[in-house]
Write a protein that binds this ligand. Structure first.
Ligand SMILES: *[C@@H]1O[C@H](CO)[C@@H](O)[C@H](O)[C@H]1NC(C)=O
Ligand SMILES: *[C@@H]1O[C@H](CO)[C@@H](O)[C@H](O)[C@H]1NC(C)=O
Ligand SMILES: *[C@@H]1O[C@H](CO)[C@@H](O)[C@H](O)[C@H]1NC(C)=O
Length: 333
């Protein structure tokens, strides 16, 4: 290993001493160490140079610019040296497809009127969320051909909009309740904070006296406030704030009521219903028993006989009276 190193080392500046002769082991180690440092230095220079000539000609001041929506931002594209010959610069937006944003020395697409080009860089005066994308600056020399390119990943941060909140109006004591809060415009995605009567609901109920006896879980990413066992202490006006680095937005407070399930009232209600049903049943059964539902039949029989025998009309009277009597008696008894 030492030998091969010395042979290679002779090719490097600062290492060209007695390459052929084998010297004492200790001396060889010392020399090899010195040469290694020298080689690393030269390798580093070589790498730096190749990086510059191959990849670094076209570069950017900021490969990952971040801007708030409706502010200004630059997509920078620069060169590290002065390329000879005539140059052609093109910018492409790499979203779903590839849109030409700048070519033949003109801005294209929806950047027209909102941006300008200075040198090779694009300055957008009023960036929107639709501008968020990876852009590529490509530089071509008219005679010698491709010079290089660089990509710029533009991030646009967006203020949250008013979140949609759902708060149950009324919950029985001891049940669960879920309050939800959500909005989808903010970027980076919003975090959510719930408030009760203007006080922020803490992640840990134990951390605040006002919430100490409540049992709930908060998911600030999903925007849910989940009560596992609700109590009268949880009554109040609830609202939620969606928040990210750009700003925040809140929904209107909504009241949540908590009511007792009144066991006595429920039993009382059931008893009343049962009594009413019982009463109706008894009345119907009595009516059947006393022939109330067969009354029409007997009337029919009487009419038929009176029609069939007109002459006997007077004679039929006692029957009628008897029927009447029976009829009356059924109600008396
Ligand atoms: C940026 O554009 C939005 C609409 O896209 C407009 O409301 C706003 O006024 C503009 N801001 C500036 C500084 O031009
Ligand atoms: C661009 O940056 C965003 C973060 O703002 C990242 O999520 C995305 O993966 C990046 N895109 C590329 C192609 O690097
Ligand atoms: C919470 O409960 C304890 C006893 O369980 C009681 O002393 C305290 O007053 C309650 N706190 C609130 C805010 O109601």
């Amino acid at each position: 290993m030492v030998l091969s190193l010395r042979v290679t080392a002779s090719l490097w500046p600062g290492c060209n001493h007695h390459a052929g002769a084998l010297v004492a082991r200790a001396a060889a180690f010392k020399m090899a160490g010195g040469c290694q440092a020298s080689m690393i230095f030269w390798l580093f220079l070589l790498l730096a140079e190749s990086y510059q000539t191959l990849a670094g000609v076209v570069t950017t001041r900021d490969p990952n610019p971040v801007a708030d929506e409706f502010t200004a931002v630059s997509l920078s594209c620069i060169t590290t040296y002065n390329p000879s010959g005539e140059l052609r610069v093109e910018w492409k937006k790499l979203n779903a497809g590839t849109d030409l944003v700048y070519f033949e020395n003109r801005l294209r697409g929806d950047l027209v009127g909102r941006a300008e080009v200075q040198g090779w860089s694009i300055h957008i005066h009023n960036v929107t969320r639709k501008d968020a994308a990876v852009y590529r600056c490509e530089v071509v020399r008219k005679e010698e051909g491709y010079l290089g390119d660089v990509s710029v990943n533009l991030t646009v941060r967006v203020r949250p909009i008013t979140p949609q909140c759902t708060v149950p109006k009324s919950v029985p004591v001891g049940k669960t309740a879920v309050l939800t809060c959500n909005e989808n415009e903010g970027y980076p995605p919003s975090k959510y904070i719930w408030y009760r009567n203007g006080d922020p609901v803490p992640d840990d109920p134990k951390s605040n006296l006002k919430f100490r006896n409540s049992s709930y879980k908060i998911d600030s990413t999903a925007g849910t406030l989940h009560f596992s066992v609700i109590s009268k202490l949880d009554i109040g006006e609830y609202h939620c704030v969606a928040e990210n680095v750009v700003g925040n937005a809140k929904c209107e407070p909504q009241r949540m009521e908590v009511y007792d399930i009144n066991v006595a009232a429920i039993i009382g209600g059931v008893l009343v219903v049962v009594l009413v049903l019982l009463f109706i049943t008894i009345v119907i059964r009595l009516a059947y028993k006393r022939g109330y539902f067969t009354k029409k039949q007997s009337e029919k029989g009487y009419q038929a006989s009176s029609k069939a025998d007109d002459v006997d009309y007077v004679r039929s009277n006692p029957v009628d009276n008897e029927g009447d009597f029976r009829h009356k008696s059924s109600f008396v008894i």
